[in-house]
Design a protein around this ligand. Sequence first.
Ligand code: ADP
Ligand code: ASP
Ligand code: MG
Length: 467
Amino acid sequence: MVVMKFGGSSIADGERMLNVLEIVKKQKGRKIVVLSACQFVTDKLVSAAIIAKNKSSKDAQKMIDEISLHHINIINATIKNKKNAQAATELIEGLIAELSNLIDAISLLHELTPAVMDSVFSFGEFLSTTLFHHLCLADNIKNKLIDARLLIITDSNFNNASPMPNIYEKTTRNIINNLANEDIIITQGFIASDTNSKTTTLGRGGSDLTAALIGAAINASEIQIWTDVNGILTADPKKNNDATTVAKMTFQEIKDLSFWGAKVLHPKTILPAIEKNITVKVLNSLNPAAPYTTITANSATKKLIVNSVIAKNNCYLFNMKSDAATTDTTSIYNYASITNLISCDEIREEVSVLYFGYNNGVFTILFEKDEAEKDVKNFKNKNSFMKNIKPSQVLFSEPVSVICISGQNFKSNPIEFTRFISTVSNHLEGFNLHQLIFQYSDSSIIFVVDATQTDKIVKKIHSLIVG
Ligand code: ADP
Ligand code: ASP
Ligand code: MG
């Protein structure tokens, strides 16, 4: 059985939905189709819920009307048979009415809990899957629509729930096995339920995770992640139009790339599939015959391979000398204190610490946040330990970006790797590099550059990768 996941970009409008239908039809054998919400719908649901809570239900309902119109337009563009179109329209209108009631309730109570937000979120995927289910029916394609909340059981960490492996695997397997006569099973990505049957979600971009979870539970022969570009590319295609497909990538590379800014796959999403050694492919739904990426658990070669470059913006560096780090005594004590400090929940809520290290007598903390000025103050004021730091010995950087180059076998090929790094640094002469090597592993090297020079530096490195 194959799991086919289509992201919001693949079902953004009627034409794209029809493309997806063709891809599903061409796939041989039994398949499970996992759909995200149509592109931008989840963002609109967030806005509507926040507007309902803080402003008025009337303003929020305008966004709901836009969502409704978008789906009705898709029906009109794709389902020609009147009877089928009417049946689909009625179901979409029913869902929109439920959503409207929920938005009214948020507005009335001026309260939006994470649990309620998850209920709001769920409408995006319910709308898209209901529509696709009817698109298939209108084309005489037998299929079964299954509520993902029955398949994926999670903890109650609303908005970012984690699956409960033993419970969900059995449930999913049983349900799918009982549908042995169904060739096409359609379900929602991203949404799930906790053990009390309350709706939860797996975190933004979580449909990839749904696909991997289902694939792992039923031991799928393959998981296909269909998106709007030719697989995983050598750089972000929105900024580098010469980016090309990487044919084979390791799971660790994807993890590193996603952590450092590549939006294409969420880091935790494909882990369940990799653990079960299931092939994961990333393909282009707009051009199914185009090159694609296959993700493997391990590198297929022992050679040094450099595959891709990505940048993470909105980062700040915080440096302090160890002997002056606090008014306290030894540097070991200071190291422990700083470690405690950055792992304390209060601070974690304020800033997202990406890296913490100690090198040559200098502590370095790299953190990410849009409003860095405010965070720097919070960072200092929140903890009495930090108040003891002598301000003159603490340096905050101007905004920086973190650049990540991904590849394979960096550590096992030290000579080639050193040669590569020296080529990179020659290429980047004249640029302001805060730290050439910040962190490095077998699958990536990370360094920090001035925010203003990021795009130019990425382009330079990319030209080395694509030759
Ligand atoms: P979906 O709607 O299919 O979930 P996403 O928007 O989540 O799609 O992810 C696909 C997007 O990721 C692409 O349109 C592309 O702009 C962006 N992207 C960023 N970096 C990369 C990369 N290295 N390779 C491929 N896509 C990338
Ligand atoms: N619709 C959800 C989101 O936009 C989940 C997904 O697309 O994977 O985050
Ligand atoms: Mg996505």
